[in-house]
Write a protein that binds this ligand. Structure first.
Ligand code: PLP
Length: 482
């Protein structure tokens, strides 16, 4: 977190064990040291402190890529000193980003003619992509309202309550009201019928998610398109759809090619995807593509004169690294459709194996669906003795990072655990995880009666606290799962 509110420990100075071979003075934590130090010492200090971070490969909380081939690591290291924005100096990198945009637009069935180039841009991740897509919708809507002589000061956006936090950021930063369709027990995605009911003349778009962050489930974009078309015909509005395919965009095209969720549906005007999730690149790359030129208002595109040449840009940031773009291009040509398909099938089969193992314990309900992002979301059948939060806590002892969280409104009384299956998760890890979950359950069940009664008290209190917390923030919901 950039905004630091508390100091991480009481001591103001770092005690550096092995670095004392090079330096003996202690190092202030929160002020830049007065003096320089030998490079070996700096390396030792930073490296030692980072040892206490979790192991990214065992981080089952995240969709973000934690392993790439050594050949790609080599390309990344070779380009860490290239600023992506210097397009004049690095025209080949720019060309690679354009190829990626076109490949992804075709993958999502954008109606791009043979002699046309697709409209899209590489970003830092889906969050930036969503800000850009949201802004385009807001501007288009405002321009139309202005032309009609109607008020244009109360834009809103319709989503499910299961949206990722970046949509709330978009709404707050860019002053758009977020209208959320509430969830309910047993139904954890946006209900298209309710979403369309919430659409009014001020709705800039309906955002559907291909791969809900909470359960991996794909929302029914086809039905949404159908219902919204009908409403548009009746009202004369032309409310569009954005698909947040952050996690599902590199899954559905490869293993569910028949599923219609993308530009095959006429109301879908823009789609985002995280290159660093199932695009299989390390953190720092996302993509947004528009259906056509008309869907990206020209006034948002900056034409800057950079070192003598005209460059159209549409991003929030200026400078950034080139490595992630290069790595994305590597993955697209290295794997091809065949490679992505086989990796996604493998992830799906590992998810299935894990799901079966978890179900076999008899202790859990499985909330995730077979079709969707390869992950397993599960809740406890019996919450009287211990909670998912305790299970998550105990699993840390084995090195596993498995998040536990409560669902958004109106399903906030449901608490779940979620395991995301990435390429680097395999059968033996799945078996190991199941056996560790079994050990944890056994331990929790064997807690002495007194302890378990006290634990139960704590649990009820925790649950109560969590529920009231959710209730408090249900208007400005925010969850830490990414
Ligand atoms: C991860 C995620 C995001 C945010 O994406 P970043 O690439 O991490 O910025 C947005 N929406 C959904 C559905 C996600 O899963």
């Amino acid at each position: 977190m950039v905004v630091t509110t508390t100091k991480s420990s009481s001591s103001e100075n770092l005690q550096c064990a092995f670095a004392s071979r090079y330096v003996r003075t202690s190092l202030p934590k929160f002020k830049i040291p007065e003096k320089a130090m030998p490079k070996e010492a700096a390396y030792q200090i930073v490296n030692d402190e980072l040892m206490l971070d979790g192991n990214p490969r065992l981080n089952l909380a995240s969709f973000v890529t934690t392993w790439m081939e050594p050949e790609c690591d080599k390309l990344i290291m070779a380009s860490v000193n290239k600023n992506y924005v210097d397009m004049d100096e690095y025209p080949v990198t720019t060309e690679l980003q354009n190829r990626c945009v076109n490949m992804i637009a075709h993958l999502f069935n954008a109606p791009v003619g043979d002699d046309e180039t697709a409209i899209g841009v590489g970003t830092i991740g889906s969050s930036e992509a969503i800000m850009l897509a949201g802004l385009a919708f807001k501007r288009k809507w405002q321009a139309k309202r202005k032309a009609q002589g109607k008020p244009f000061d109360k834009p809103n956006i319709v989503t499910g309550a299961n949206v990722q936090v970046c949509w709330e950021k978009f709404a707050r930063y860019f002053e758009v009201e977020l209208k959320e369709v509430k969830l309910r027990e047993g139904y954890y995605v946006m209900d298209p019928v309710k979403a369309v009911e919430m659409v009014d003349e001020n709705t800039i778009c309906v955002a559907a998610i291909l791969g809900s962050t909470l359960t991996g489930e794909f929302e029914d974009v086809k039905l949404l398109n159908e219902l919204l078309s009908k409403k548009n015909e009746e009202t004369g509005w032309d409310t569009p759809i954005h698909v947040d395919a952050a996690s599902g965009g590199f899954i559905a095209p490869f293993i569910y090619p028949e599923l219609e969720w993308d530009f095959r549906l006429p109301l879908v005007k823009s789609i985002n995807v995280s290159g660093h999730k199932y695009g299989l690149v390390y953190a720092g790359v996302g993509w947004v593509v528009w259906r056509s030129k008309e869907d990206l208002p020209d006034e948002l595109v900056f034409h800057i004169n950079y070192l003598g040449s005209d460059q159209p840009t549409f991003t929030l940031n200026f400078s950034k690294g080139s490595s992630q773009i290069i790595a994305q291009y590597y993955q697209l040509i290295r794997l091809g459709v065949e490679g992505y398909k086989s990796i996604m099938e493998n992830c799906t089969s590992n998810a299935k194996l894990l799901k079966e193992g978890i179900a076999r314990t008899g202790k859990f309900n499985i909330l995730s669906k077979d079709i969707g992002v390869p992950l397993v979301t599960f809740s406890l059948k019996d919450t009287t003795k211990y909670t998912v939060f305790q299970i998550s806590d105990y699993l840390r002892r084995f090195g596993w990072i498995v998040p536990a969280y409560t669902m958004p409104p109106d399903a906030e009384h449901i608490a779940v655990l979620r395991v995301v299956i990435r390429e680097d998760f395999n059968h033996s890890l799945a078996e190991r995880l199941v056996s560790d979950i079994e050990r944890v359950i056994k331990e929790l069940e064997e807690l002495p009666p007194r302890a378990s009664v006290e634990a139960a008290k704590v649990i009820t209190e925790t649950q109560r606290e969590i529920c009231s917390y959710w209730r408090k923030i249900s208007d400005k919901k925010c969850n830490g799962v990414c």
